[in-house]
Design a protein around this ligand. Structure first.
Ligand SMILES: Cc1ncc(COP(=O)(O)O)c(C=O)c1O
Length: 341
């Protein structure tokens, strides 16, 4: 039976579950996102278990954040035992958590499809208690998948994909921040059997560009081949449309991000502009906000070119931040040029 819902992955899921619960007599809706028994269970069990097993020596706790229950409950308990405990939430590219923690802004531009299962969200579940999560680290699908396989091969831990995310992200954090004597506990919540056809399958890994033997490069290769003086062509929403068109011609670009206060808030593309101006020629004297479209999506710097090409095929160009936090645009032409180099 079809259950019509609004857009967004978790939103769709929540909608479907709610509706099923309403329609089916005697049904129970656990609602792991917003049912606060979720974090409380971890406060009462996972936290005390870690405290007891480390004999109170734990200094850092890292875990993937999906509903937020395991991180929030465990971190709250551990922080109550020792103020020194630092918690590190592991997030995905394509999820809103990290930016929300760092800026307080729920940025829909951060949301795009990703593959890692169980962590990252396009909503803010009630079980995510941001006040007990000190830092968020984002991990790409590829880094998580590669680490999941390493855990099986090198540590004998047959765990799930989000466990690879948790370990990769925790190690990234540890490299910069841990000192001798610190004790970091990483929560691995999932076993590997569900991923036999995915991260544990070489063909699947190869098809997704996750195995090193694939000759494709990454967004990083495109970005680092650009001049040191690279500057993204941008417009403001208050700019005149005719000036934006002149800029497109001058710079020979077909799409431009719209920026405000250092943030990308939308985009304009020549295709849509043309259609709108043909419909209403007076628009050329209006301002960019009259024709602004959704922003391009941000991708991770180590997204492989085959993954990028499937994104730009479906949508517009993508954006990426380099190591100096400058925003770059990557178009179909950039990917083609990099692949055929
Ligand atoms: C495989 C997997 N990893 C990680 C998580 C994240 O845990 P939490 O929902 O407690 O944030 C989940 C959540 O369901 C999951 O299914």
């Amino acid at each position: 039976m079809p259950y019509e819902c609004i857009s967004g992955r978790s939103q769709v899921l929540l909608c479907n579950c709610k509706k099923l619960n309403q329609d089916l007599p005697n049904s129970f809706y656990p609602n792991q996102y917003d049912n606060l028994s979720n974090w409380k269970a971890h406060y009462e069990t996972t936290g005390p278990e870690i405290w007891k097993d480390t004999e109170g020596t734990v200094t850092h706790f890292a875990a993937g954040v999906g509903t937020g229950g395991s991180m929030s409950g465990t971190a709250k308990y551990l922080k109550e035992q020792s103020e020194k405990v630092v918690s590190v939430g592991i997030d995905t590219y394509g999820s809103v958590f990290k930016k929300y923690k760092e800026t307080g802004e729920f940025d829909e531009n951060e949301v795009y499809p990703y593959l890692t299962e169980g962590i990252g969200e396009d909503i803010l579940p009630k079980n995510v208690n941001f006040s007990v999560i000190d830092h968020f680290i984002k991990v790409t699908d590829k880094d998580a998948a590669v680490m999941t396989r390493r855990l099986a091969k090198e540590e004998g831990l047959f765990v799930g994909w989000s466990c690879g995310s948790a370990v990769h992200g925790a190690l990234e954090y540890a490299k910069e921040n841990l000192k001798k004597g610190d004790v970091m506990v990483i929560l691995l919540p999932d076993h590997g059997t569900r991923y036999l056809g995915k991260v544990y399958n070489d063909d699947w890994m190869r098809n997704h560009g996750f195995l090193e033997d694939k000759a494709y490069g990454t967004a990083r290769d495109i970005v680092s081949s650009r001049d040191v003086g690279y500057q993204l062509v941008v417009v403001k929403k208050t700019d005149k449309i005719k000036d934006a068109i002149a800029l497109m011609n001058d710079k020979s670009v077909s799409q431009i991000p719209v920026m405000e206060d250092g943030q990308v808030i939308g985009s304009i593309t020549d295709n849509k502009l043309l259609l709108k101006i043909i419909e209403n020629p007076a628009l050329k004297d209006a301002t960019v906000d009259q024709v602004m479209e959704d922003s391009m999506h941000f991708v991770a710097l180590d997204s492989t070119l085959d993954v990028l090409s499937s994104m730009v095929e479906r949508e517009k160009a993508v954006l990426v931040r380099d190591e100096l936090h400058r925003v770059h645009i990557i178009t179909k032409h950039d990917i083609l040029a990099a692949i055929t180099k």
